[in-house]
Design a protein around this ligand. Structure first.
Ligand code: NAD
Length: 333
């Protein structure tokens, strides 16, 4: 049977890397649905997908996951095909969610629910939801395991991801939809969103501008290279799907690197990479930020052989190569 993958948010940072991987494999038709949200410039997102324009296995629909007519259009071409939906479209970022909780709810919860409803009516084969380490919130016992039942979210973004996870679970139980939830841990690499720490630190340190360090530099993050995340998503797409009678398969997996790095050490690594000292502006810790994120990835390892391989130093060098090349490209335009 012909295979199709529908990737919502596929023009963004993580989604465009998945598009690259799937089209390089050349075995499936890939449809991207993205509204080019203004969280960063449309031109950057278009550029993320530029090399695939004209590929007969690729199509892009500019539209909103909240628009049911757009969703009908996306699914209308999928009759008779084995369709996987990888749902990455979302309002992203923890801190802005404190100012816009209702927008986060509308896109991340209602948007996911509309997509689930259309997906189950179209009888798709597999629904994969991009969730986040932020669902664990303030949970003290690290490394975090998917079996944790006392999630302690501390931002509207995190709450919206938990709600999206739970609606996905309900669709598996109620409608027999096969579904997988993937909780990503601080993803970095080429095309990283400009609002995220590694991207913004590289640019500012390089330009001799001060960087903002929130807190004492001791907050820890489990930085995960986007290539490892994409390998994890590919593994999850191929995982064995078997739900209980009449129900769909449903499972949740962490995709992290399973090694934590303190903020001050991250800054030190970027300084070494750039050969330049950072000008530090130390500010109080921010509401919504957790002290530490740390993934236990044993379940993904056992489930589909997930095994992250990228060391932070190599990943930062890779990021710098991309940043330099993309700046050169832009200045040549
Ligand atoms: P991104 O902003 O680069 O990509 C998200 C894409 O979704 C964008 O291209 C945007 O235009 C699109 N989008 C937003 N609202 C939409 C809507 N209503 N309809 C259609 N498209 C819409 O962000 P990213 O970092 O690639 O994140 C992808 C997913 O991974 C998100 O669900 C995010 O919550 C999740 N995630 C990311 C990280 C990370 O570290 N980057 C960590 C945990 C989870």
């Amino acid at each position: 049977m012909e295979k199709q993958v529908i990737i919502t948010g596929g023009a963004g940072f993580i989604g465009s890397h998945l598009v690259d991987r799937l089209l390089d494999e050349g075995k499936r038709h890939v449809t991207v649905l993205d509204n080019f949200h203004a969280n960063y410039p449309k031109a950057v997102k278009e550029n993320n997908l530029a090399r695939h324009v004209g590929n007969p296995l690729f199509s892009i629909v500019e539209g909103d996951i909240l628009d049911e007519e757009v969703l009908d259009r996306i699914f209308s071409g999928s009759e008779g095909k084995a369709v996987t939906v990888v749902h990455l479209a979302a309002l992203v970022g923890v801190r802005p969610s404190l100012d816009n909780p209702t927008d986060y709810h509308r896109v991340n919860v209602t948007g996911t629910l509309k997509l689930l409803e259309k997906a189950r009516m179209a009888r798709i084969s597999h629904f994969i939801l991009a969730s986040s380490s932020s669902v664990y919130g303030d949970l003290k016992e690290v490394p975090w395991k998917e079996s944790a039942t006392d999630l302690k979210p501390i931002s509207p973004y995190a709450a919206s991801k938990i709600a999206a996870e739970e609606f996905t679970r309900v669709y598996a139980r109620l409608h027999g939809l096969n579904a997988t939830v993937l909780r990503f841990f601080t993803v970095y690499g080429p095309r990283q969103r400009p609002d995220l720490a590694i991207h913004s630190f590289f640019r500012k340190i390089d330009q001799g501008l001060p960087i903002q360090q929130f807190g004492d530099g001791g907050t820890q993050r489990d930085y995960t290279h986007v290539d490892d995340i994409v390998t994890g998503m590919r593994g999850a797409m191929d995982r064995h799907l078997q739900g209980p009678d009449e129900q769909g398969a449903f499972d949740i997996f962490n995709l992290g690197n399973s090694r934590t790095v303190a903020l001050r050490d991250l800054i030190g690594s970027i300084e070494r990479q750039l050969g330049r000292k950072a000008l530090l502006e130390v500010l109080p810790e921010q509401a919504g930020d957790v002290r530490e994120t740390h993934a236990d990835v044993e379940k993904a390892r056992a489930g589909f052989g997930y095994s992250p391989v990228t060391e932070l130093a190599d990943g930062l060098a890779d990021f710098q190569r991309w940043l330099t090349a993309s700046d050169l490209e832009r200045s040549a335009d």
